[in-house]
Design a protein around this ligand. Structure first.
Ligand code: PEP
Length: 248
């Protein structure tokens, strides 16, 4: 399966910072990587249009870090999936653990957002992952299984059009990476759940996220069910992000 490497810039950036980062990405010319890996970056909403323009004609796509579950209406502060699509984005991250924990997004809300993204022609990157306490109590599969099930139940046949990112919460921004074996085990579980819902969902890309760096990316991406990465901190340094994309 073709790999996918996505950078999540989170709440970072400015026009000057973005321009320098993009210059670094473009200078690396990821066209050579393109046959093996798709690459995308997810800036804050306000920069989406500018980043799409700056990257147009390159091998790097753009996504948003979230979308509203609503297409339009009296929802102050929300950004709808059709707006994101209209700006030229291709992907939308939904259900990032920071959205789930700081903004109270439930499994159902995340599923609704994935559906809204699909309806607008975006590819939702649905994040799932357990906390350290959940892992230590042996409930990793129960937690990620429940998070994924909400999406499976709502999407039906559209399940084949999503991307899933396994991001153990204890590995995000902490410098602690799941070992390739730990990550692979959860990915295999997620793959089995997708396939048992729909055979064609065997082709859903499964990304790993959580302190992926240039020095651990190749080992992670070599696992059978790891089809790429969702990259946070390392996506803010052009050289690191390029090295990770090349590792794919
Ligand atoms: C993320 O936020 O999606 C992430 C994986 O962050 P980091 O790579 O910094 O752990």
């Amino acid at each position: 399966m073709k790999k996918l490497v996505v950078g999540n810039w989170k709440l970072h950036g400015s026009r000057a910072f973005n321009a320098e980062l993009i210059q670094g990405l473009l200078a690396a010319d990821l066209a050579a990587t393109a046959p093996r890996a798709d690459v995308a970056v997810c800036p804050p909403f306000v920069y989406l249009g500018e980043v799409v323009s700056a990257l147009s004609g390159s091998a790097i796509g753009v996504g948003s870090q979230d979308v509203s579950a609503q297409a339009q209406g009296a929802f102050t502060g929300e950004v709808a999936a059709p707006m994101v699509r209209e700006l030229g984005a291709r992907y939308a991250i939904v259900g990032h653990s920071e959205r789930r924990s700081y903004h109270g997004e439930t499994d159902q809300v995340v599923a609704d957002k994935a559906k809204a993204a699909l309806a607008a022609g975006l590819i939702p990157i649905v994040c799932v992952g357990e906390t350290l306490a959940e892992r230590e109590s042996g409930s990793t599969e129960a937690v990620v299984g429940r998070q994924l099930k909400a999406v499976i139940d709502l999407l039906g046949a559209q399940l084949v059009d999503i991307v899933v990112a396994y991001e153990p919460v204890w590995a995000i921004g902490t410098g602690k990476t799941a070992s390739p074996e730990q990550a692979q085990a959860v990915h295999a579980f997620l793959r089995a759940q997708l396939v048992s819902a729909q055979a064609a969902a065997a082709g859903v890309p499964l990304l790993y996220g959580g302190s992926v760096k240039p020095d651990n990316a190749a080992q992670l991406f070599a696992q059978a069910d790891i089809n790429g990465g969702l990259i946070g901190g390392a996506a803010l340094k052009a050289a690191d992000f390029v090295a990770i994309a090349r590792a794919a």
